[in-house]
Design a protein around this ligand. Structure first.
Ligand code: 13P
Length: 365
């Protein structure tokens, strides 16, 4: 090995050991008050914390934890958040896990490090709490692909269909739906319905994936996508498989049909943590979802290798909205109690019915 390569290798080993000093339990809850893994060497360069900024990040993290304790706040973070944001959170999870946590929490304040529809769902499920989204720039283009008017129009065209709406949607759209689902329970949600005719909104790829698994239902699928997942093509995945022929392919069901067809495991982001454990013989995993997931995968499985399905960490499988929140935004959110999420009562009631109906159904993955 060349000297500079062996030095880089040693540095990587050291960094991954440091990061592996996990402050997180395998169920996503916080294990201790430490914040030892704020700097994740596997994050792409534009987002990776520089060595010289580590002290500032540690100070911010300590202030965040102090403020959270003082204000009886809980910090929830999605699996796609920056590593340092995941590290300061009380719970890290997928959309379903986060909804359940938000509904159950006894905290006075929920700081939601994710995107707008997630914080909105938290408010709907736990209306007595103050729910804060640290950045109002954290939207979701998939959620924006369907409005209440477009759903009304669609329902009018299919009057005898029931509406299953992915949680990546606005409160208004949820209120007009019969039941919600997430990527972790979509198949079970559709199977749980007594009706045969279904409108599935707004994600086309998830809808088509469910359709294949539940052929006994007649499912009409809306034409929305998550651009982050939809951009991934099977040609890129095949190229990666050529480079890592023994790798196991993990794909999120928001990926296109041709990508999902190549996958060994199709599951929600949290489902991917269990999926790795199902392949103890595998050394390498090709990951077809947003790169933020790599942080917990690396921490949970430090001896495994995770490579992005597009072969390019941080360029294409990158959700800009999920990266709007960093430690300064979380601290400001707690300090100034911004930005508070409100949902009009009539809309919240309808959306809560759809969300609660979903939460009564078991998880698929
Ligand atoms: P999950 O949180 O269900 O894994 O889905 C990820 C996602 O795409 C969120 O928008």
């Amino acid at each position: 090995m060349l000297p500079e390569r062996s030095a880089a290798f040693a540095e990587r080993r050291k960094n991954s050991r440091d990061a592996a000093m996990s402050t997180r339990n395998s169920d996503g809850t916080r294990a201790s008050g430490e914040t030892s893994a704020l700097r994740a060497p596997w994050e792409p360069l534009p987002w990776r914390l520089a060595e010289e900024d580590l002290e500032t990040a540690q100070r911010l993290a300590a202030e965040i934890r102090e403020l959270a304790a003082k204000k009886n706040a809980v910090i929830l973070a999605h699996n796609y958040q920056l590593a340092r944001v995941q590290e300061v959170a009380d719970f890290v999870g997928d959309s379903l896990g986060l909804s359940l946590r938000a509904r159950e929490t006894a905290a006075d304040i929920i700081v939601f490090c994710g995107v707008h529809f997630m914080a909105e769902s938290a408010k709907i499920l736990n209306p007595g709490k103050k729910v804060l989204l640290p950045s109002l720039a954290a939207g979701c283009s998939l959620a924006d692909s369907i409005t209440a008017d477009s759903l009304r129009e669609w329902k009018a065209r299919y009057p005898d269909h029931v509406v299953v709406t992915y949680i990546n949607s606005s409160a208004e759209v949820k209120a007009l739906s019969d039941i919600c689902c997430t990527s972790a329970n979509a198949v079970s949600v559709v199977r749980s319905l007594p009706e045969r005719k279904i409108l599935f909104t707004p994600d086309k790829n998830l809808g088509n994936w469910v359709k294949k698994r539940v052929p006994e239902k007649e499912i009409v699928v809306y034409d929305g996508v998550c651009p982050t997942h939809d951009v991934l093509r099977s040609a890129s995945v095949r190229r990666q498989r050529g480079l890592y022929p023994d790798a196991v392919i993990l794909a999120h069901p928001e990926c296109r049909e041709d990508v999902v067809a190549l996958a060994d495991e199709v599951c929600s982001t949290t489902g991917m943590f269990d999926a790795v454990a199902r392949h103890p013989e595998a050394k390498t995993f090709i990951v077809a979802t947003e790169w933020g997931i790599i942080h917990r995968l690396k921490k949970m499985y430090p001896d495994k290798e995770f490579v992005m399905a597009d072969g390019c960490i941080g360029c294409r499988l990158h959700c800009p909205y999920m990266k709007m929140i960093d430690l300064p935004q979380v601290r400001r959110s707690l300090e100034e109690e911004v930005f508070e999420i409100e949902v009009p009562q009539d809309i919240a009631e309808g959306a809560r019915r759809s969300l609660e109906r979903m939460l009564a159904v078991k998880r698929d993955s």
